[in-house]
Design a protein around this ligand. Structure first.
Ligand SMILES: C[S@@+](CC[C@H](N)C(=O)[O-])C[C@H]1O[C@@H](n2cnc3c(N)ncnc32)[C@H](O)[C@@H]1O
Ligand SMILES: [Zn+2]
Length: 323
């Protein structure tokens, strides 16, 4: 539906390739708004024309997901960690929405796990990677849109968002907007950075991220971020990974700094670990949110008993049924 007025949209098609509409227009039947379909993607937002606090975020992540386009076998396990207790079977026959799909890796998994339809939305140019990544899946669709102004009706059985809300200028509003698209009785998952246990980041890393790394040319950041990424790679491959794999080692590893998180990424290769470090440093906006604050978001949408869990002892994942 029209993100401006909620009216329905008329489609005109000017180019198709197999089942895909490659070029066309979506015109609102109620107001004068019109939205182009370009390179297979309906464009409801222009990342260059949104408010400045969203623009910088979209620009940096757009660059990131056009550069780090690799796929990894471990994405499925990682996603299931972020959306637990949801399992692959949960997706079967559901109409699913992903808020902030990045390069489309999770939209792809949702489609492969049997979602009836899954729509991945993202504000940034990441959609240029997400569309080809999901193109062969007839039940996966990519839309360029702002999470605050979704061109979608309240028709979803399940919506999820991982690693997105904390990068919004107002995370709670983004959460409310996503939740507003879930049908009564449907479900919602969100994963966000936690305030708890991350004081070392908020005190020492954030000032560098805010003043330097999110502002420099991303090409330079690719090179600079190899320094912390190499330190983490060495630590995970020689200490955290091996210790956590043995019964006796686990007892020792428990006492290591940030063990749960570093253990969780220890299986990834260099490219993925470098992506993770780059991802943290490139974001102009990042909120670290407490459990109490997160629980309050759920209360606001009427979910009094959300399943909120501490993930890797550094972040919060929530799951709940919309009343
Ligand atoms: C850290 S990435 C996570 C991407 C994906 N969820 C994943 O885990 O691979 C954050 C994503 O949020 C998107 N994003 C940021 N602000 C947004 C907004 N206002 N509306 C929609 N997407 C947004 C960015 O473009 C980026 O792709
Ligand atoms: Zn309209």
């Amino acid at each position: 539906m029209c993100p401006a007025c909620g009216g329905s949209l008329d489609l005109s098609v000017s180019k198709t390739e197999a089942e895909e509409i490659i070029e066309g227009q979506l015109r609102c039947t109620a107001c004068a708004s019109s939205f182009p379909i370009i390179r297979g993607i309906p464009r409801f937002a222009d990342p260059g024309a949104v408010e400045s606090d969203k623009q910088a975020t979209a620009e940096n992540f757009g660059w990131q997901w056009r550069h780090f386009t690799q796929e990894d076998q471990r994405y499925a396990e990682q996603l299931l960690g972020w959306i637990a207790p949801v399992t692959p079977e949960f997706f079967r026959d559901k109409v699913v929405l992903e808020g902030g799909c990045g390069k489309g890796r999770h939209t792809q998994l949702a489609a492969e796990w049997g979602a009836r339809e899954v729509i991945g939305i993202d504000l940034s140019e990441a959609v240029e990677t997400a569309f080809p990544a999901t193109r062969s899946l007839p039940n996966a669709h990519i839309i360029q849109a702002d999470i605050y102004h979704l061109p979608l009706a309240r028709k979803f059985d399940y919506a999820f968002s991982v690693g997105v809300l904390h990068h919004l200028p107002n995370p709670r509003q983004g959460f409310l907007s996503l939740a507003s698209k879930v049908k009564p009785g449907g479900h919602l998952s969100a994963w966000i950075y936690g305030a708890e246990n991350n004081e070392w980041i908020t005190r020492f890393v954030n000032p560098v991220r805010e003043r330097v790394t999110s502002r420099i040319n991303p090409r330079l950041l690719v090179q600079l971020s190899k320094i912390p990424a190499a330190m983490i790679f060495l630590a995970t491959k020689t200490v955290y990974g091996p210790l956590n794999r043995s019964a006796r080692g686990t007892a020792i590893a428990r006492h290591l700094f940030y063990n749960d998180y570093l253990k969780s990424i220890a299986g990834f290769g260099w490219r993925e670990q470098h992506t993770i470090v780059f991802d943290h440093l490139v974001a102009p906006t990042a909120f670290y949110i407490s459990r109490d604050e997160f629980a309050d978001w759920w209360r606001e949408i009427g979910v009094d008993d959300p399943d909120i869990n501490w993930h890797n002892q550094n972040s919060w994942r929530g799951f709940g049924r919309i009343p």
